[in-house]
Design a protein around this ligand. Structure first.
Ligand SMILES: Cc1cc2nc3c(=O)[nH]c(=O)nc-3n(C[C@H](O)[C@H](O)[C@H](O)COP(=O)(O)OP(=O)(O)OC[C@H]3O[C@@H](n4cnc5c(N)ncnc54)[C@H](O)[C@@H]3O)c2cc1C
Length: 379
């Protein structure tokens, strides 16, 4: 499966240790059903974190991924890491930054994790004593606060997590879509040419969640957009206020987020196109609406600061997000099949949180620990 969603600046590290046995998808060979005690559906950050934690606790889960590892939101994300959730610091969601830092250190994942903080920007009326950072469509944009957070190379993080999960015993099958998941009387997965009846299933599908689990609490799925500038000279980064590498997001509308990269490029993101989960695969960034939206974003960036007036762009892409009711992420067990666990719906706040959610799911599955009360998967 090849998705026409544009290419982000991140590249997955080559993962030779995972080939060929674990990247067996694409050959059309179904995974060995006999070993499928635990199945994880979706190889983004949630799925790979769950796989890592299950494998470290002695289970050897199979991770089934419809496309390539990270080819949903996780390799297309902006890679800004934040604590808590889009709804704030819900129970069980705080401390996610420290947890991520510990995991990265423990597994020696080379993913340029920087935790120097993140700016909250706000549009404001002119006249404040403090000069604005930028001008956004004629309105001043100023730093309101610095909050805990930072940046990571998300593809390097995901690749490192996949390797660590593999070392611990997890097995990844790319290009292996789960066609159907029946919950009752016992969980049963249909794949091309095979049926698997595992003891445990973790659904880590985020924007696709509702298409696999009808009746799940609905999340609104959408594509959101990003672009990366050409590398900016250090003097230009200094002039536009980004020399320290601090990421940023606006707390009001029109929404804008972004972050500098180590090579001087700067990623900016904004905009949404809503699509039902079963329409996601058909989305094509070359279509008129996404192209118009990306052109608007680039024109907006060029007007933020005179030093950006003639900036060129090196990458444009879109990725799927899942926006839950009240921005409260979903985590829990399916009521009619408690051995099926689900997490997702992080909105634009899922990098550190998905890694946390993967651990919470693994612990709940194997150690019967209660899951935090965010949004239950079922209505
Ligand atoms: C452009 C963009 C920018 C973002 N920026 C930020 C940010 O800066 N900071 C932040 O915290 N969050 C950000 N987010 C959100 C964050 O990236 C996500 O919340 C997080 O990556 C979700 O991870 P996940 O593993 O739950 O989902 P995903 O990474 O989407 O993984 C789901 C996987 O399921 C697979 N799949 C789908 N159907 C099937 C099937 N039938 N069978 C098997 N597999 C299937 C998909 O191919 C996909 O790989 C951003 C998202 C986008 C799109």
């Amino acid at each position: 499966m090849r998705r026409a969603w544009g290419e982000p600046p991140w590249r997955l590290p080559s993962l030779p240790a995972l080939a060929p046995a674990c990247r067996a998808g694409g050959t059309g060979r179904p995974p060995p059903a006999a070993t499928a005690e635990a199945i994880i559906i979706g190889a983004g950050l949630t799925g790979m974190a769950a796989a890592y934690h299950l494998a470290r606790r002695g289970l050897a889960p199979l991770v089934l991924e419809a496309a390539a590892i990270g080819d949903g939101a996780s390799r297309r994300t902006g890679g800004i890491v934040l604590d808590g959730t889009a709804r704030g610091g819900l129970e069980g969601s705080t401390g996610a930054l420290d947890e991520l830092a510990r995991l990265v250190a423990l597994e020696r994942i080379d993913c340029d994790l920087q935790l120097g903080g993140c700016w909250e920007l706000e549009h404001r009326a002119p006249g404040s004593a403090k000069p604005p950072l930028w001008t956004d469509n004629g309105v001043e944009l100023a730093v309101r606060a610095s909050v805990p957070g930072g940046t990571v190379d998300p593809a390097a993080l995901l690749g490192g997590l996949a390797l660590a999960a593999h070392r611990a015993g997890a097995r990844l099958y790319e290009h292996t879509a789960v066609k159907k998941l029946d919950l009752a009387p016992k969980p049963q997965l249909e794949l091309a040419g095979t049926v698997i009846r595992p003891r445990l299933v973790i659904v880590a599908l985020n924007a696709w969640m509702a298409s696999m689990l009808p009746g799940v609490r609905p999340v609104t799925s959408a594509f959101t957009f990003a672009c990366a500038t050409e590398p900016l000279a250090p003097a230009v980064l200094e002039t536009v206020g980004l020399a320290a590498g601090t990421p940023f997001y606006t707390i009001d509308l029109p929404y804008l987020w972004g972050r500098p990269l180590a090579d001087g490029r700067v990623v900016f993101g904004s905009g949404l196109i809503f699509l039902a989960p079963d329409q996601l695969e058909r989305f094509d960034i070359a279509q008129e609406e996404p192209q118009a939206l990306l052109a608007r974003l680039e024109s907006r960036v060029r007007k933020l600061h005179p030093a950006l007036e003639n900036v060129g762009f090196s990458a444009r892409w879109a990725g799927p997000v899942a926006i839950p009711e009240n921005f409260t992420p979903i985590i829990g067990r399916m009521r009619q099949a408690p051995q099926v666990l689900v997490a997702g719906g992080y909105a634009g706040h899922g990098v550190a949180l998905s890694v946390r959610a993967g651990r919470l799911l693994a612990e709940a599955a194997l150690e019967a620990r209660p899951l935090p009360v965010w949004s239950e998967p079922q209505l």
